[in-house]
Ligand binder design. Sequence first.
Ligand code: 4NP
Length: 156
Amino acid sequence: MEKKRILMVCLGNICRSPLAEGVLKAKVNTNEVYVDSAGTSNYHINDLPDRRSIATARKHGLDITDQRGRQLTRQDLKDFDHIFVMDNSNYRDALALAESEAEKEKIKLILNEIFPGENVDVPDPYYGGDQGFENVYQMLDEATAKIVEKLKNGTY
Ligand code: 4NP
């Protein structure tokens, strides 16, 4: 079977989407599922994840220090099967890069995995404290568990 390709997207690609990438990678067989992340902005190209995301991941046994920031491209909308965005602003920015209905349909708000149709944002923790990062981790842990279920049962 073709390897599924999943992309996690936020604004900076240093706080939320690196955590989402790390959390999903830990739940799948990476020989069967390719997971990556990107930011809609160019603010943090080649940067390490935010030290608070690194610390939160580490607290849960995950090392995300191999990740570096990169910007979402039009090519990503062709290359990936599913593009999970963290908030409604990311959704609009990603949608603006889509060149077909098929590409648009790949883009999904990640919290719709646990709150279908509610279009809830993963709050941006960048300007907050450490608890914000732990909250983000918990939401992403739940949402990625649903993604794994769908990968396993063939929905994704
Ligand atoms: P992220 O958080 O989108 O979860 O990576 C942010 C990181 C940096 C900035 C904004 C959000 N920034 O404005 O630099």
